[in-house]
Design a protein around this ligand. Structure first.
Ligand SMILES: [Zn+2]
Length: 372
């Protein structure tokens, strides 16, 4: 489907557990977690470089990173909160970053009960609703929410071709539309500031993350404008989306996704050392390709009450989120004017132009995404 790579269902999946479960609650939690994955056909193995899934048990007071050897290794760190935090996200997000995780599970004792929160890189967080006292249900729910994320496929390879025609080096009228829209994002206060990874991570860990994912910071949201039938301008990764200016640095021309190298291909000016394109380029590409009448796409971590949403909250930049969103757009009554909710994450909005999108959503957007 869509000419994109599909994960082979036969591929054997494995996981490993690193670190110590230091308390009875953690031991019970990790035993149950490992069992439910084994029951669903995952093999529990000793750590090795290509392992699919790592449960990294850490001490909330001293978050120890797990250094992946491959992008495809999905790291779930788990810590027990010393006491119920006032603000779960504020307490847990820095631990997630320091432990270099894809996902963080915060185990919070609440009186006789234990509540487990999922913390995502998109700064979403939500509790498991089943009770720890009913282990079968509890661990079944945990597996159901965790497994699709752990087995999702990130499309983060970029191939830069220095073939952008000179008359586009400073942009065109579509790039001007990007610049205008980016200021508007700032005016509406719709884009949280990029998250300062370098402030939370020791230098060696920061370099490790950069090497592995080629990212400089975590930023949220992205925008794009179609240029021709075959290409579109899109915001770069890790930049301030409220201040888009330079071609190749703040925004790039996306030619498309190629299955052969599992990469997004970009056309850049030969004079610029380019930044990477936003991780959601695969999603925007699918939408443009399937819907020739769509002229612009905006993705923000905010919400409009009452919108239709996807079922599973796949991470930004995965093939799975791209397919889920593209399907919602394709099957909408009017693909050119859709607002797709991404569960526990944000919205992707299509339009004739970015100006038209802003006109349509102005006054309706709330900053807080509902957590389900
Ligand atoms: Zn997002």
């Amino acid at each position: 489907m869509n000419g994109t790579r599909q994960r082979s269902e036969q591929e054997a999946r494995d996981f490993t557990v690193v670190g110590q479960a230091a308390t009875p609650v953690m031991r019970r939690f990790v035993d149950g977690l490992a069992r439910v994955f084994r029951d669903h056909g995952y093999a529990q193995v000793e750590p090795y470089p290509g392992v699919h899934l790592v449960f990294n048990l850490i001490d909330a007071a001293a978050a120890r990173p797990y250094h992946r050897h491959a992008q495809a290794t999905y790291v779930v760190s788990v810590a027990e909160a010393p006491e119920p935090p006032e603000d779960v996200l504020l307490a847990a997000y820095p631990l997630m970053i320091r432990s270099l995780s894809n996902l963080f599970l915060y185990v919070v004792p609440e009186g006789e009960e234990v509540r487990v929160y999922f913390i995502t890189l998109e700064r979403g967080y939500y509790p498991i609703r089943s009770s720890f006292e009913e282990p079968a249900r509890f661990f079944a729910e945990l597996f159901e929410r965790l497994e699709p994320l752990a087995s999702s496929h990130l499309v983060i390879n970029n191939v830069f071709d220095p073939d952008l025609p000179e008359h586009l080096w400073d942009g065109d009228e579509h790039m001007d539309e990007m610049r205008r829209a980016s200021r508007k994002l700032g005016d509406l206060n719709l884009n949280p500031a990029p998250f300062p990874l370098e402030k939370l991570l020791p230098e060696s860990d920061f370099r490790h993350v950069q090497r592995l994912y080629q990212i400089g910071g975590l930023s949220y949201g992205n925008l794009s404008v179609r240029r021709t039938e075959d290409d579109f301008w899109m915001s770069a990764s890790g930049v301030d989306k409220t201040n888009i200016r330079q071609v190749g640095r703040d925004a790039l021309l996306v030619k498309g996704y190629r299955e052969e190298d599992d990469a997004i291909h970009l056309s850049v000016p030969p004079v610029v050392s380019p930044r990477r394109v936003s991780v959601d380029a695969i999603e925007h590409w699918m939408i443009y390709r399937e819907n020739p009448q769509v002229g612009a796409v905006l993705h923000v971590h905010a919400w409009i009450p009452g919108i239709d949403a996807t079922e599973i909250n796949y991470p930004c930049g995965t093939l799975e989120i791209a397919q889920a969103v593209a399907e919602k757009v394709r099957t909408a009554p009017d693909p050119r004017h859709t607002i797709v909710g991404l569960k526990n994450h944000g919205m992707t909005i299509t339009g004739e132009s970015l100006d038209e999108i802003f006109e349509r959503i102005e006054g309706k957007v709330v900053r807080q995404v509902p957590m389900l």
